[in-house]
Design a protein. Sequence first.
Length: 205
Amino acid sequence: MRARLTVWHHGLVLDEPKLELHPTYPVRTERLLLRPLTAADTDALLAYRSLPDVCRYVPFEPMSREVIADRLAGMWSLTSLTDEGQALTLGAELAETGELVGDVVLFLHSRTHRSGELGYMINPQFEGKGYATEASRAMLRLAFEDLGLHRVIGRIDERNEPSAKVLRRLGLRQEARLVQNEWFKGEWSTELDFAMLADEWRAQG
Ligand SMILES: CC(C)(COP(=O)(O)OP(=O)(O)OC[C@H]1O[C@@H](n2cnc3c(N)ncnc32)[C@H](O)[C@@H]1OP(=O)(O)O)[C@@H](O)C(=O)NCCC(=O)NCCS
């Protein structure tokens, strides 16, 4: 353990690194603009977050307009990360048309371990165009370069092959296969765990 962790040194406490993320919006990628979600996104969110197929392998049920409104007023209203346990959810819109194609999320799990987790969800109308990868890559950049994380993970259901492809395309390594570790939506689910370290991100250039 190096001096980045809290250590007592001649009676002084050297604090953990601050670990805060305050992006300047929109965060631009080649084709997308990432920015906080607002009530104006309700219909666009409902268009895919209400679909059973889209929610098949994610840890929540298809969402109603009311649930989306609650989330928009609650956890999706965060625009920065200032403490562990928080998650930053950003909408991904097409720079050309302003259409919302999906959303991405970065969880800040632990300050001490400087660890986080990535998640993403794309409207099926916009699948197969590389948008999940493009938006997620921007989130990894925020995670490693701006927030200063050491490690980012992605956890998926083994049957979610499109999602595994996203993580592999981003350069995350598969680290574990947890056989039937969760009773998930009425059946046993096998989880694949992926991870990337800051050094690996930097090595990608
Ligand atoms: C999993 C999911 C996010 C994938 O979204 P996506 O935008 O299609 O994923 P990608 O960014 O990887 O793009 C996929 C395809 O776009 C293709 N593509 C087309 N044009 C492209 C371009 N310009 N750049 C990059 N890829 C492009 C890629 O070849 C790839 O095809 P392949 O996977 O058949 O090789 C989406 O299916 C989804 O939201 N599923 C439901 C929610 C979910 O399960 N989320 C993950 C929870 S862990």
